[in-house]
Design a protein around this ligand. Structure first.
Ligand code: DGL
Length: 269
């Protein structure tokens, strides 16, 4: 592991691009390899064993490409795989937890909503943060789950009428119960912010973990003496396990502005 080596960023699909944007803002001199396991998404509907195996394979691929650390930019993969990955790899592995802490601090109504994939709801990480932050503060946490939203974002439909209809149905119970904070418990969901606001106005403040994870990544690299000392702007290369042609327009629309033009290739290609 060395300072000039790239940082690996992993997600099942385009969701981790919302985290990559924050990483690039905070660490502009770092190079990144972004790996999307598009051949196997959505992860949220898979058994935990599968998620662990797929995530292990992806991180191993990034490791073989010489990354100095990996950010698991996927709540579902983090929920099932972090311990396993940390036991297996020596490099720093940074994971995601839903942004419950700031939501609990900000709520005025005492009710916080969490929108997550079925996988993240099944994993123990979410329960852990609820016990750590919400329970002691007496804040009620209501969860909403959808298996449809990730595939809709992947299909370039983050702003479509169909997506808004799913959001209406999924989030109305939270609005009805008085939630004033909505934790976006999946890295695909920041891309739904416009649609959520179009449907619910300012009912909820929207919270995601991207900026906090970027800060944590910087601290971890700094403590390990692994921050890049380059002065020039870093670069990003993108790898997908599925169909590159299908992925290209969605990546082009969602990848952080400062990483264009897009270097997107098939894994092994
Ligand atoms: N971006 C992933 C997450 O944060 C989506 C998981 C999936 O593929 O269902 O959970």
């Amino acid at each position: 592991m060395s300072r000039p080596a790239p940082i690996g960023v992993f997600d099942s699909g385009v969701g981790g691009l919302s985290v990559l944007g924050e990483l690039r803002r905070l660490l502009p001199h770092e190079n990144f390899i972004y790996l999307a396991d598009t051949a196997h998404l959505p992860y949220g509907a898979r058994p935990g064993e599968d998620i662990r195996a797929l995530t292990g394979g992806a991180v191993s691929e990034l490791h073989s490409r010489g990354v100095k650390a990996v950010v698991v930019a996927c709540n579902t993969a983090s929920a099932f795989s972090l311990e396993n990955l940390r036991a297996r790899f020596e490099m720093p592995i940074i994971g995601l937890v839903p942004a419950l802490k700031p939501a609990v601090a900000a709520t005025q109504t005492g009710v916080v909503g969490v929108l997550a994939t079925p996988g993240t709801l099944r994993g123990t990480l979410l329960q852990d943060v609820i016990h750590t932050f919400a329970d002691p503060a007496g804040v009620r946490v209501l969860t909403a789950v959808s298996a449809e939203l990730v595939p809709l974002v992947e299909a370039g439909q983050a702003d479509s009428e169909q997506t808004r209809a799913v959001l209406r149905e999924t989030l109305s119970p939270l609005a009805g119960a008085g939630a004033d904070q909505l934790v976006l418990g999946c890295t695909h969901y920041p891309f739904l912010a416009n649609s959520i606001r179009a449907e619910f106005g300012n009912t909820f403040a929207l919270l995601d973990s991207g900026a906090a994870v970027a800060r944590h990544t910087r601290n971890v690299l700094q403590n390990a003496a692994l921050l890049s000392d380059h002065q020039q702007q870093g670069e990003v290369s993108y790898l997908v396990t599925g169909d590159v042609k299908a992925a290209r327009p969605v990546f082009a629309a969602l990848c952080p502005a400062q990483t264009k033009p897009l270097h997107l290739t098939a894994l092994g290609g």
